[in-house]
Design a protein around this ligand. Structure first.
Ligand code: FPP
Length: 251
């Protein structure tokens, strides 16, 4: 097992869970079986992240672009999501985990929204890890929603144009209130961001593994976190400045 320094874990871990379909196809199984196995990996990562003391975990569970998949796969994913949330809410309560959702919830089926509302309400007072599910989420769409909302507030005089700073803009995003991810893991060998958290990933450390999401194990998670701990985060500064200030902030 890899040794991890508990003081140097990411505060916010984000994950692009990719490769469910390929995992299934390689085994002559239906794609949905890959998603079902992927949901088991979700359980493991949520449990581990919470055990390790990671404060924020954000999972890319369904993208804005995923709506154009075959209707049967979309329906099966929605059913799986509902089942996962219903089954896992009791565990979230025991582990003091709070549910959060980002993305365009108005696109989601009403029964999925009802299930999410119930889980969010039940876990609202938990103050352990925040588990954010990105659902019907696209980074460009989120940026447009934030810009439209900000423009409305500027027109109505609630916000002056001179007051528009990165911090203010950040508060208009779906992720307003969450710190930016420190570390992003993407499985399945694809080396791209795929419209995930475009604004928030500005200074995030990126990690790519060839493993498909259903095969991603605790050991792999620990290996990825050890890799994060080996990195020097400079946020545009020099190494010497970072060593002098011991700072991790990007101000
Ligand atoms: C990408 O694999 C994965 C998705 C589009 C869905 C992710 C869903 C899960 C991990 C399971 C359900 C989620 C929760 C939160 C319980 P892909 O289908 O794009 O794989 P491929 O690139 O190999 O086709």
């Amino acid at each position: 097992m890899v040794q991890l320094d508990p003081q140097r874990l990411p505060v916010h871990l984000a994950v692009i869970m990719d490769g469910n379909g390929r995992w299934a196809q390689q085994r002559m199984l239906k794609r949905i079986v890959g998603h079902q196995r992927g949901a088991e990996t979700v359980k493991m990562v949520v449990e581990q992240a919470s055990l390790l003391g990671i404060k924020y975990l954000t999972l890319f569970a369904f993208s804005s672009e995923n709506w154009s998949r075959p209707i049967l796969e979309v329906r099966a994913l929605m059913t799986l999501l509902k089942k996962y949330i219903r089954q896992e809410t009791a565990r979230m309560l025991r582990k003091n985990i709070r549910y959060n959702v980002i993305g365009n919830r108005s696109d989601l089926p009403p029964d999925v929204n009802d299930t999410l509302d119930e889980a969010i309400r039940k876990t609202a007072s938990n103050d352990g890890m925040v588990l954010t599910l990105a659902l019907s989420y696209g980074g460009r769409q989120e940026l447009c929603r934030a810009a439209a909302h900000l423009a409305k507030d500027a027109i109505s005089g609630k916000v002056s144009v001179a007051a528009i700073t990165p911090d203010l803009f950040d508060s208009y995003l779906d992720t307003g209130g969450l710190p930016d991810p420190d570390f992003l893991i993407r499985t399945s060998g694809e080396m791209r961001i795929s419209n995930f958290l475009l604004w928030q990933l500005a200074y995030t450390e990126l990690y790519f593994t060839d493993t498909n999401w259903p095969d991603f194990t605790i050991n792999e998670l620990h290996k990825a976190l050890a890799d994060f701990q080996s990195r020097e985060r400079r946020f545009g500064k020099t190494s010497d400045q970072i060593l002098q200030r011991g700072g991790l902030s990007n101000d």
